[in-house]
Ligand binder design. Structure first.
Ligand code: MEV
Length: 441
């Protein structure tokens, strides 16, 4: 029977672990050994990781892989990817190589505006609220100057603040809807600090605004928070080539491949059941680079899926067409990323990843990440419309199955060789391990 605990966060790391293993584990020593295996012997590095969050008990590893040969706007990149799914890095590398020979990826940043909102309640005359907003707007911006002055020096800051009336949906509900340019920062702290200052000024100054009656003066701030929905922080990545240059596979003609590929994308555009999986494949590439570069993959995910639903039906983030003998495949999606602030200057592997990418600014990182998503989607659709996904997927998964059965290095060598010419399935691998082991006994 587990029990609650008071003051857990105040305990030392080892006391936290003692309490946890003794409360929840049948073999406390074994659980401790597992946790300790993942500690870093470099004390400084371990402390850094301990202090990223509260109640750290150990580290949780993900592999960091790299996908070379990405030609983006005529510059070559090797892209870092942090991900556990076995086939993702291999698929990205394959797509990069395919497009390297066909002119590479072309990208553009369309816009970089971020959004934040102060949500508030006001009971009273709408016109007087509008007057108050017009009267106070410049002071909202002025009072936030201590927060914005450095960002402004670099060319960013508050772009605009609007008053939005939402009373059709919730009685008395209004917003200060603000837009920002945060340059190379993802901007969450900057935006939230500005919004909290707007809220303070907006509420306080209302108390002495002549136009309001006593009730109208009592503006209720509900909350002040950035929006992770950034449909105006958009990037586009594209590949294109002559249809006849598409083929590498003697089992399917270039024309047939192009037709099936476009059909597959069209299906994802109109069929939400397919679109979710299609976009999941895109996010395989995107999240892996977002994580490797120390960005917030939850924000990126939430925004991507909201954007995919912007027309009222969940749809594909990528598009494809064949026109005048040219095959074009592209993605346009919002990506609010940063290359300064947050983990970017703190996590040694994030710093390494950014150096590997030639220290991109936020706009360059948006383009690299969009390319990783498009490449991943290309690789998935290419397999799906030709060989089927399982061939490549299971080949990469073979090592996971072998590790599950604690295969020795010799067994791994023999079995990976054997499965070069045999379809990989869980049962086929298990059978092969058993046969191999029975022979050696
Ligand atoms: C698997 O992680 C991703 C795919 O299912 C994506 C897709 O179906 O397009 C292969």
């Amino acid at each position: 029977m587990s029990k609650s605990i008071a003051g857990f966060s105040k305990l030392s790391k080892s006391k936290k672990i003692d309490w946890m293993v003794e409360t929840y584990f049948s073999n406390a020593e074994q659980a401790k050994t597992v946790l300790k295996q993942y500690w870093n012997t470099n004390e400084k590095l371990q402390t850094l990781h301990d202090e990223f969050i509260e109640n750290t008990i150990t580290n949780y590893y993900l592999p960091l892989g790299v996908a070379p040969n990405f030609l983006i706007n005529d510059t070559l990149y090797t892209i870092p990817m942090a991900i556990e799914e076995s086939s993702v890095v291999a698929a990205a590398s394959k797509a990069a190589k395919f497009w390297l020979d066909r002119g590479g990826f072309k990208t553009t940043v369309i816009s970089t505006t971020k959004i934040g909102q102060v949500h508030f309640m006001y009971h009273g005359d709408k016109d007087i609220l509008k007057n108050y907003f017009n009267h106070i707007k410049s002071q909202l911006i002025e009072d936030a100057k201590p927060i914005t002055k450095n960002m402004e020096k670099r060319g960013g800051g508050i772009l605009d603040i609007e008053l939005r009336d939402k009373t059709n949906e919730i009685d008395d509900y209004y917003q200060l809807h603000a837009s920002f340019e945060t340059l190379d920062a993802m901007g969450a702290n900057f935006i939230n600090s500005c919004l909290e200052q707007f809220a303070k000024t907006f509420k306080t100054e209302a108390l002495t605004f002549d136009g309001f009656n006593d009730e109208e003066k009592q503006i209720q701030i509900v909350m002040s928070i950035l929006s992770n929905y950034v449909p105006e922080c958009l990037v586009r990545a594209e590949v294109s080539c002559k249809v006849e240059d598409l083929t590498e596979n003697e089992n399917i003609s270039a024309e047939e491949f192009a037709t099936k590929f476009v059909q597959a994308v069209n299906i994802a555009e109109i069929e939400p059941y397919r679109a979710v999986t299609h976009n999941k494949g895109i996010m395989n590439g995107i999240d892996a680079v977002v994580l490797a570069t120390g960005n917030d993959f939850r924000a990126i995910e939430a925004c991507a899926h909201a954007y995919a639903s912007r027309n009222g039906r969940y749809s594909s983030l990528s598009h494809a067409k064949v026109e005048n003998g040219m095959f074009t495949f592209w993605i346009e999606m919002p990506l609010a990323l940063g290359t300064v602030g947050g983990l970017t200057g703190l996590h040694p592997l994030v710093k390494l990843s950014l150096e590997l990418l030639h220290y991109p600014n936020a706009k360059e990182l948006m383009q690299i990440v969009a390319v990783a998503g498009l490449a991943q989607n290309f690789a998935a659709l290419r397999s799906l419309t030709t060989t089927g996904i399982q061939q490549g997927h299971m080949k990469m998964h073979l090592m996971n199955i072998l590790n599950q059965f604690e295969a020795t290095n010799d067994e791994k060598l023999i079995l990976t060789e054997q499965f070069k010419n045999q379809t990989v399935s869980h049962s086929a691998v298990v059978e092969a391990i058993e046969t191999l082991r029975s022979k050696s006994n």
